[in-house]
Design a protein around this ligand. Structure first.
Ligand code: FPP
Length: 241
């Protein structure tokens, strides 16, 4: 269900495709991982800005099911960054009342990272502030396929009547089942693609594609995009009042 922020004008759920870390690093003559580290620091600032901006749900695309095609060095570096990030940030997230969740296909991730993800979710399960969802080994088509498999199992085992399946059924099997749909999807770095992110959930989302590279994204830029969103007329297929 789409929604609006606390004042009724801003988006309640913002999803971000954090693109451009590699180019940001290359522009400085540094390895791509340098850009990913700078990008991780930006994540913290943007999470901290959410309560003041009325954003209750923030979902970020950290690693896609397609990102395994990158070099072994980059993939290993990213996995190590995720492990260190979770270890380092978790106490702060608890203190700041941030509830952390992960979406994506977990079995392919290494055991140590999966254990840290479970721990982060458990440690912040009581938090009632910003809902931060990190998409890790996530792909929208993969998510729909995994959801369909679970749904089919329920039908086969007599727990679900196929005639009762409607638009409300599949979302209950998606990784995002406890989250509202995103109201606004932002992609940085000038690419106008959604790259398999939240395919089902973004059916009625507004999109913002901006040129800024993710490590240059700031709370000020974020606030500007939220203000623009407030000026839009979302009709969900109906006509304006
Ligand atoms: C896309 O930039 C970015 C990624 C594939 C990784 C996203 C990861 C982070 C922002 C850092 C850490 C996040 C967390 C949650 C700790 P790109 O490498 O495709 O950039 P390019 O298009 O310029 O090459």
């Amino acid at each position: 269900m789409a929604s609006t922020g606390a004042d009724g004008a801003g988006p309640r759920h913002v999803a971000i495709i954090m693109d451009g870390n590699g180019r940001w690093a290359q522009k400085r003559g540094r390895p791509r991982l340098f850009g990913h580290h700078a990008g991780a620091r930006r994540v913290r600032e943007i999470v901290e800005a959410c309560p003041g901006l009325g954003v209750k749900y923030l979902t970020i695309f950290a690693f896609s099911t397609e990102n395994w095609k990158r070099t072994q060095t980059e993939v290993a570096g990213l996995m190590s960054l995720f492990r260190r990030y979770i270890m380092k940030e978790m106490q702060d997230f608890v203190r700041e009342n941030v509830r952390v969740r992960f979406i994506g296909d977990r079995p392919r991730l290494d055991a140590k990272l999966r254990a840290l993800m479970d721990e982060a979710e458990a440690m912040t399960a009581h938090c009632t502030g910003t809902n931060l969802t990190i998409a890790l080994n996530y792909g929208g088509r993969d998510e729909v396929a995994r959801a369909t498999k679970r749904l089919a199992r329920d039908v086969a085992q007599g727990r679900l009547d196929p005639e009762a399946v409607d638009e409300e059924t599949l979302p209950r099997y998606l990784d995002t089942r406890v989250l509202p749909d995103p109201d606004l999807v932002i992609r940085t770095s000038g690419e106008a693609r959604i790259s398999n992110f939240l395919l089902w959930q973004s059916a009625y989302a507004e999109y913002e594609f901006i040129d800024t590279l993710w490590p240059d994204f700031s709370p000020e830029i974020f606030a500007g995009l939220l203000a623009q969103y407030g000026a839009r007329d979302r009709r969900f297929g109906a006509v304006s009042a």
